[in-house]
Ligand binder design. Structure first.
Ligand code: NCD
Ligand code: ZN
Length: 350
């Protein structure tokens, strides 16, 4: 009998709506990995020190451009790291000048390099109001940091305790709930007006908390927000493959050197830039929804950010299992590439 599964699919070039490129030697090693397949990416500002002002974002954008391969068409879309001292006028000016696409809200202490984040959400209200006024999206790391709240509950509690109040007080604000990991977040986004969207990472579509903790601890599967139970992963897959325009790809590819991860207190972050498109094609194919891969990776994001979709395309081809290097070498040490735990049959054609 003829196998009716397609073995080629051509989609608009995808974008990555949540990406960590780091700086220095690490930036130079990882930027080409994202530039290979992606047209644009929202660049996270959690450097040390963080990218807070328009001037810092502009300088960082130059360093990213300098790290790209000759002739690369990759566009970094910059974000400003929101602090309690952020000046609303600087944010307006950065947006007007095309320097910053979005502002990033980290609750203080929520994740890697977030010490300068927000403690008192009322203090940033003037910035949020300015952003609502100009239609500039707020990217939100949606976890509370209260040590009394169980780490597996921090996203759901954040929705009730932080996000709902912010959206009640600033209803016009356009918000991206980033790297959602729970059915609670999926439901919340689905039931909200159109000015709320969510990104979903590659790895949260593939791993649950057993992958991190069962049969030995696996630091390379540890990231924040931490992967949850299987029923949450299933909800994320359903949202991603549904074609619903509120859900789109943000890989949260977050490289750390192996020595920084393999420690008594290892860093959070999973490096998925090299094999994300192959992983996603497997996930969408398994769900019988390859026809929605383009919406998730290439169409829904630009629509929410009010940007044109990419003009050019990529083609994924199904064949013999493809392999990616287990790790890449960087000037800051080796960085392990995400292992989905199954064979990848889809590769992006050169
Ligand atoms: C990110 C990092 O390493 O910068 N880590 C992660 O686990 N995702 C920070 C973040 O996005 O939370
Ligand atoms: Zn991130």
């Amino acid at each position: 009998m003829k196998d009716l599964r397609p073995d080629r699919i051509t989609i608009r070039r995808p974008d990555d709506w949540h990406l960590h490129l780091r700086d220095g030697a690490m930036l130079r090693a990882v930027a080409p990995e994202s530039a290979r397949h992606f047209g644009r990416a929202i660049i996270m500002p959690n450097l040390v020190p963080p990218v807070v002002t328009a001037a810092q974002a502009e300088a960082y954008r130059e360093r990213i451009r300098a790290a790209l391969p000759e002739g690369s068409g990759f566009t970094p879309l910059m974000t400003l790291y929101l602090t309690e001292d952020t000046d609303p006028e600087d944010v307006r000016a950065a947006h007007r000048a095309g320097i910053a696409t979005a502002v990033k809200l980290y609750p203080a202490g929520a994740t890697t390099n977030s010490a300068s984040g927000v403690r008192d959400f009322d203090k940033v209200r003037p910035v949020l109001e300015a952003m609502a006024d100009i239609g500039m999206p707020l990217c939100v790391h949606g976890e509370v940091t209260d040590s009394a709240i169980d780490i597996f509950d921090r996203e759901a509690v954040f929705i009730d305790k932080v996000l709902k109040p912010i959206r009640r007080k600033t209803p016009e604000l356009r918000v991206v709930m980033e790297h959602v990991t729970t059915a609670d977040a999926v439901d919340y986004v689905r039931d909200s007006p159109r000015n709320l969207a969510a990104t979903i990472t590659t790895h949260h579509l593939i791993i649950n908390r057993n992958h991190i903790l069962a049969g030995g601890i696996k630091p390379h599967y540890y990231c924040l927000p931490v992967a949850k139970r299987e029923r949450h992963r299933v909800a994320l897959v359903q949202a991603a493959v549904s074609g619903d325009p509120r859900f789109f790809l943000g890989t949260d590819s977050a490289p750390h050197s192996d020595p920084a991860k393999l420690q008594p207190c290892g860093c959070a972050g999973i490096f998925t830039a090299p094999n994300t498109m192959s992983c996603l094609a497997e996930v969408f194919e398994a769900a019988g929804r390859l026809n929605h891969l383009e919406a998730f990776a290439s169409l829904n994001g630009p629509r929410f950010y009010r940007l044109p979709v990419n003009e050019d395309t990529i083609t994924l081809v199904r064949g013999e299992p493809v392999t990616y290097p287990a790790r890449i070498e960087t000037g800051d040490g080796p960085v392990t590439v995400f292992d989905p735990g199954f064979a990848l049959h889809w590769r992006v054609e050169d």
